[in-house]
Write a protein that binds this ligand. Structure first.
Ligand code: E4P
Length: 224
């Protein structure tokens, strides 16, 4: 079980790597845009290579930027050349439910030896099929599922059971964190990994009562 950092910011990756608490990084086009990456594909390449180098041998997930089967295949193969620890993210299907994505995933994993993280999934059944297609990682979007009124823990429990039962190698990444309690809750439910926003990770460390206790120790140490 481990924690990945859900960010495109170099400074955040550096901060949490130095603390020794993260075992990978995930990005997507929305995160990269929000974190100030510009310059089109050249910008994505530069940022990805820098992050991949900082965290090696841990994995960095980088998402393809189109939904054309040929385009996804070519782009995934290109991303995989940027660094050995790059994992390529491909969505479970296209914006209109196009089904070619799983075929692309299967080919990349079996013919081209590219590690794939199938993303944007909201249910155990979607993740199960992505795992059967050969994905190294299956990402279920916990916060989005909860926002639809379902408890993602139920999906994680079911998914972990079927993956273990069928002896599938895919690792479950629970993504889309919204609250600090998501991390332990989703790992406890059976997620192999939770990818966490930097602000939430910081919030996990700091506790008001710990602050007060440390202050007491320091004040009393001064009075000794
Ligand atoms: C990470 O792999 C996901 O892309 C990310 O956590 C999605 O987060 P969101 O649901 O807040 O967009």
């Amino acid at each position: 079980m481990s924690i990945f950092l859900d960010t495109g910011k170099i400074s955040e990756v550096e901060r949490f790597m130095e603390m020794g608490i993260i075992r990978g990084v995930t990005t997507n086009p929305t995160i990269l845009l929000k974190d100030g990456v510009t310059g089109g594909m050249a910008g994505v390449r530069k940022q990805s290579i820098q992050i991949a180098k900082m965290i090696e041998p841990y994995p960095l997930s980088v998402e393809v930027t189109n939904n054309d089967p040929r385009g996804m295949l070519d782009q995934a193969r290109e991303f995989a050349q940027w660094a050995e620890n790059i994992v390529v993210k491909i969505t479970i299907h296209g914006p209109e439910g196009e089904l070619e994505n799983l075929e692309v995933v299967h080919r990349l994993e079996t013919e081209y030896d590219v590690r794939i993280n199938v993303t944007a999934m909201m249910s155990a059944q979607q993740c199960f099929l992505a795992a059967l297609a050969g994905a190294s990682y299956v990402s279920i979007f916990g916060g989005r599922v909860n926002n639809m009124g379902y408890n993602v823990c139920d999906e994680i429990i079911k998914l972990r059971n079927v993956l273990d039962q069928f002896e599938l190698k895919s690792k479950i990444i629970v993504a889309s964190t919204r609250e600090i309690l998501n991390v332990i809750e989703w790992l406890e439910a059976g997620g192999h990994i939770v990818t966490v926003l930097p602000a939430l990770l910081e919030g996990m460390v700091v506790h008001p009562y710990s602050k007060e206790t440390v202050k007491m120790f320091l004040d009393d140490a001064a009075r000794l």
